[in-house]
Design a binder for this molecule. Structure first.
Ligand code: ADP
Ligand code: MG
Length: 548
């Protein structure tokens, strides 16, 4: 078929671009099968989509590289990165990850066979087919890629170390509950990043992480053996320290610790429980019938805060909604940074209480709720707060960062603590979503697109996803849209089930069949999102309606 494809391309030489459509279908190259799935309409349209299947006998992957789901994900991720390097300078494109190892559709291993999904910018001279260039891509570059993928062609030590690192991180994360921890930061980790827009490790003199002895925990990993580091216990952990001493950098690392990292990242063994959700204020967001009554009551507008809705939330109400919705979706750990919170929802000091009486203040500050959240509902909080000592009253442990080094200052903080009466916390009422309000179609056609990492276009709506800081990969943005589509079109949102139950059902499907459980025939790239980001996007969808 390789010859047949070359001949077909030569026949197309100089024809109008639309004739490329004749390529759609399967082409058997012997060592692999090429499937041309979708052909772009013109040279300026998004790339055409092809799939490549390399059978197990050619790929020669040892069972150890793919037999467990974790190693399968890791090796597939490694292969995608390798393919990305091999394809540099060609018109073929493969979606490969950044610093995180996230299951994606671009490379999958099935029973030892390797399946790739690629984009190709089919070449044209103006609106005519450039057959010679197309032949070069499909009949030379593509077989060249396939020749670079089999196990014997790889740096197998590197590939194995990649999977070992991911497997260690997963094992470490899995052990957190039995250790009574919500997070772990290994000694010698490198937390700071190159810049606000680059997730690569900082260049130059970063200070390696070193745990304080009193909070040091030692864990044995399957491949790396014994490692020690800071164990962040369940309960309420306060991170304090002067400005610029590394507090936010530590919290960012914890946010990302729900994902696995590539070797060399510096955060390979910084892990956080999978149900940890970053909470922040997000002024201006829409809220649809969320129960924020634990935080907000008696608004001057008379709005019902058990069933709160607004097109334009304030800093504090947006943060209250973000907490309530995270809890509704099943969050077990909240990560909070003073830099991105609404102060009036976090604290109210004694002098303000004396001036503005309780009955005039609709907000119950988080400091009065954080303890009942843990004691009654088992939800832990890790909080950065350098500007106020109010949380000394409620913290179970206090870590101070000083020149990027953490110290256990719990005893000192306790001496300064005052008695504090907790407010009562009620879990938000679980909601049932109206499935008709979640429609992936725009004028009859499914539409799931993204603009950078900022906007998810879902059907006829644009969803602002900038506040979803634990959405870390462009392909995850598409993954969120596809997950919403799956929820809506496969009966998971059925008008009866609560949102949390629908998310459980979605997770069960993903656990069963992996990332393609959300694929629904989508030809483009996508990666697996977490349920929390799926719920968050749904909660920001302008058409969303809640039945009860
Ligand atoms: P804070 O939140 O305490 O004000 P940040 O976490 O924002 O401080 O860190 C301040 C600066 O220090 C950032 O530019 C960050 O990249 C840098 N930084 C953080 N941790 C380290 C480290 N371990 N080594 C070197 N630089 C660091
Ligand atoms: Mg900060």
């Amino acid at each position: 078929d390789a010859e047949r494809l070359a001949a077909e391309l030569r026949r197309m030489a100089g024809s109008s671009y639309g004739r490329y459509k004749a390529l759609v279908g399967d082409w058997d190259f012997g060592d692999f099968t090429l499937t041309v799935r979708r052909v772009q309409a013109d040279p300026f349209a998004p790339p055409s989509r092809i799939e490549v299947r390399v059978p197990a006998r050619v790929a020669e992957l040892p069972g150890d590289a793919w037999r467990t789901p974790v190693r399968r994900r890791a090796t597939a991720d490694y292969l995608a990165r390798h393919a990305h390097r091999v394809l540099r300078g060609s018109r073929l494109r493969i979606d490969a990850g950044g610093q995180e190892v996230i299951e994606r559709a671009s490379c999958r291993i099935a029973e030892g066979a390797v399946e790739l999904r690629l984009g190709i910018d089919l070449p044209g001279h103006g609106r005519r087919i450039d057959a010679r260039a197309a032949e070069h891509e499909l009949c030379e570059r593509l077989p060249g890629l396939v020749a670079a993928l089999p196990w014997p062609a790889l740096d197998t030590a590197e590939a194995t170390a990649f999977a070992d690192t991911v497997e260690d991180a997963v094992a470490l994360r899995d052990r957190l509950p039995e250790l009574g921890l919500v997070a772990f930061v290994a000694d010698a980790s490198m937390l700071p990043r190159r810049s606000g827009v680059s997730d690569l490790p900082m260049i130059g003199d970063a200070v390696p992480f070193r745990s304080p002895e009193s909070l040091r925990v030692t864990v044995k990993l399957p491949h790396s053996g014994e490692i020690s580091g800071l164990g962040v216990p369940e309960g309420i952990t306060l991170i304090v320290g002067g400005g610029f001493h590394g507090k936010s950098t530590l919290l960012h690392a914890l946010e990302r610790g729900v994902y696995d990292h590539v070797p060399g990242d510096g955060r390979e063994f910084v892990v956080t429980r999978a149900d940890a959700v970053k909470i922040r204020a997000e002024e201006g967001r829409r809220v649809e019938r969320t129960d924020v009554s634990a935080f907000v009551r008696n608004l001057p507008t008379g709005a019902d805060t058990v069933d709160f809705r607004t097109e334009n939330a304030s800093g504090s109400t947006s943060q209250a909604a973000n907490i309530a919705e995270a809890l509704e979706a099943g969050a077990g750990t909240l990560l909070v940074d003073e830099d991105t919170t609404a102060t009036n929802l976090m604290i109210r000091d004694a002098r303000m209480q004396a001036l503005v009486h309780g009955d005039r203040e609709p907000l119950t500050p988080f400091v009065d709720l954080v303890r009942p959240l843990h004691r009654r509902f088992g939800v832990s909080t890790v909080l950065v707060m350098g500007g106020s000592g109010d949380y000394f009253d409620v913290a179970d442990q206090v870590v101070m960062l000083d020149e990027y080094r953490p110290y256990d200052v719990t005893d000192g903080a306790r001496k300064l603590a005052a008695d504090r009466t907790d407010a009562e916390f009620r879990m938000p009422t679980p909601r049932v979503v109206d499935p008709r309000s979640v429609d992936a179609h725009d004028r009859g056609r499914p539409r799931v697109k993204r603009r950078d990492m900022d906007v998810l276009t879902f059907g006829s709506s644009d969803i602002d996803v900038r506040g979803l800081v634990q959405l870390v990969d462009p392909s995850q943005v598409i993954g969120v849209g596809l997950a919403l589509r799956t929820l809506a079109e496969e009966g998971l949102l059925d008008g009866e089930r609560t949102l949390a139950d629908a998310l459980d059902a979605l997770d069960a499907r993903v656990a069963e069949s992996g990332v393609t459980a959300i694929g629904r025939g989508h030809a483009g790239d996508y990666a697996l999102p977490r349920r929390f980001e799926v719920a968050a996007a749904l909660n920001r969808l302008r058409t969303l309606r809640v039945l009860r």
